[in-house]
Design a protein around this ligand. Structure first.
Ligand SMILES: Cc1cc2nc3c(=O)[nH]c(=O)nc-3n(C[C@H](O)[C@H](O)[C@H](O)COP(=O)(O)OP(=O)(O)OC[C@H]3O[C@@H](n4cnc5c(N)ncnc54)[C@H](O)[C@@H]3O)c2cc1C
Length: 450
């Protein structure tokens, strides 16, 4: 085999997807995979492309973010989508797969790929000599959210420690239109006029009922590798509630600097909601990272006045998850700022989920192939699912958090479209935008191999 041009760390979902795409273009690559000699606590089989938890790739409906992303991945010839469908198991409207058959299928494809070499060893540093020799044109880190600690430390040195996170604390996100604007008001603490937050005020009785239910709420049982201590600034809200009835009213639900326009007084406590998008279409519940089970989140947060009919875009969660502060650490094309020739794909970039992780490998594979021919891919529209996902990694954020693909990452649809038609409109717009992007790619002289 000729000399390897790209070195990939990790034969998980993203690494396998990228390697198979490069192979399709005849580009030589070496995959360094730590299995079977070492493995993270979440991985349990020797095959590559292991699904560590659920065997579902979520909804296949074109009126959902995951459905749209899968459509775009199929149009880009995703090996992962192909293997998922070939090994499909019945799961209603979701695409689910036989996890063992799926991993074995992709392992076979990778092992037989003409242009791919696999070296089974753990990489502990981006400066590893064998890695650098195999990746003269580029090193791609695809080590996943449970990547080996020494490698993550080496990455943290390259990104700056402040841009590398080890733990994921996700607050729930709700659609703003599902909130009761008669009870929730817009304001920033201590500021006059229209503020940057939505605020859900509570009186003493409402607050105490909420705290009592939070304390008794059912939570996910931690798994062996998820038992590390939380940072003080990042405690689950139910754990804070258990410290004392007043803890939240002096912490994330403090009412200082806010006046409820309905009463003209400072409320007893306030839940603040921070916009996720410029147009306020979706908001996250500030300070509400939680380990509550999803039905419990829905039941308990709906006790807050104004949230009675809240529709959740995403539920909160907390788990070990290494990822970078993508808007700061990456250059917009998955390249590491300050370290040319090193790319990141998969969950380490700040996307969340199987398909999202694989999609970044798929896109980078096609882009590296386009660059080989002196071309480049045109920018993806943010109205498409893949464009929205990559857009999330570029958008500056006060506290960047990983995200699945949801409609909340896309620009809002025009005003005046009825609530029940919004998803359909978003989805039709995404289909048209992605198809036009494919046509534009062809016009620009790039031939995408599927
Ligand atoms: C416990 C857990 C459960 C999850 N459940 C789901 C779920 O149900 N549904 C969902 O959509 N998403 C889930 N995710 C999120 C995410 O989609 C998966 O983690 C996904 O596998 C990420 O893909 P990846 O390619 O980035 O990493 P991975 O698929 O984890 O692949 C990383 C690969 O790199 C290898 N590796 C790591 N470090 C090194 C090193 N230093 N040298 C060499 N090789 C190395 C690993 O052995 C592994 O094969 C879960 C995540 C976790 C942690």
């Amino acid at each position: 085999m000729n000399k390897s041009q790209y070195a990939i760390i990790g034969a998980g979902l993203a690494g396998t997807e990228l390697a198979l795409i490069l192979d399709r273009y005849g580009i030589r690559a070496t995959v360094f995979e730590q299995k079977p000699g070492s493995r993270s606590a979440a991985h349990s089989i020797d095959s590559y492309a292991e699904l560590v938890c659920s065997n579902s790739f979520r909804s296949d409906s074109p009126e959902s973010g995951p459905g749209l992303l899968k459509r775009e991945m199929r149009l880009l010839g995703s090996p992962l989508m192909d293997a998922a469908v070939k090994n499909r198991v019945p799961a209603g409207k979701a695409l689910a797969t036989d996890r063992r058959a799926f991993a074995e299928d992709l392992t076979r494809r990778l092992s037989r790929a003409e242009n791919i070499a696999i070296i089974n060893r753990k990489i502990e540093s981006l400066d590893d000599e064998e890695l650098k020799a195999a990746g003269e044109k580029g090193i791609i880190v695809a080590c996943g959210p449970m990547g080996d600690e020494s490698l993550i430390n080496s990455l943290a040195e390259a990104t700056g420690r402040q841009n590398c996170y080890f733990y994921d604390a996700i607050a729930p996100i709700v659609w703003s239109q599902s909130l009761d604007s008669g009870k929730i008001f817009r304001a920033s603490r201590y500021e006059e006029g229209e503020g940057d937050y939505l605020n859900a005020p509570m009186n003493k009785e409402e607050y105490e009922r909420f705290v009592t239910e939070l304390r008794d709420g059912k939570t996910f049982a931690p798994r062996e590798f998820e038992t590390e201590k939380h940072f003080e600034g990042c405690m689950p809200i139910e754990a804070l509630a258990k410290r004392g009835m007043e803890t939240l009213a002096h912490g994330p639900l403090k009412p200082v600097g806010l006046t409820d326009p309905a009463t003209g007084r400072k409320p007893w406590a306030v839940l603040q909601l921070r916009p996720e998008t410029n147009n306020f279409s979706a908001c996250n519940l500030v300070g509400c990272q939680t380990k509550l089970l999803q039905p419990e989140q829905e039941r308990i947060f709906k006790l807050i006045p104004g949230m009675e009919n809240a529709e959740f875009v995403r539920f909160g969660s907390m788990h070990r998850n290494a990822y970078v502060n993508a808007p700061e650490a990456l250059d917009g094309n998955l390249g590491l700022r300050g370290r040319p020739g090193v790319y990141l794909i998969g969950q380490i970039t700040g996307v969340e989920g199987y398909i999202e992780s694989a999609a970044t490998g798929l896109w980078l594979g096609h882009r590296l192939a386009a660059l080989e021919t002196g071309n480049d891919l045109p920018p993806l529209p943010e109205t498409s699912a893949l464009g929205a996902l990559l857009g999330h990694l570029k958008r500056p954020a006060k506290k960047f958090q990983p995200s699945n693909i949801t409609f909340g990452l896309m620009p809002d649809v025009e005003k005046g479209i009825r609530k029940r038609d919004r998803k359909k409109a978003c989805s039709e717009r995404a289909v048209a935008a992605f198809d036009e992007w494919l046509a534009e790619t062809a016009r620009s002289g790039v031939r995408i191999r599927t």
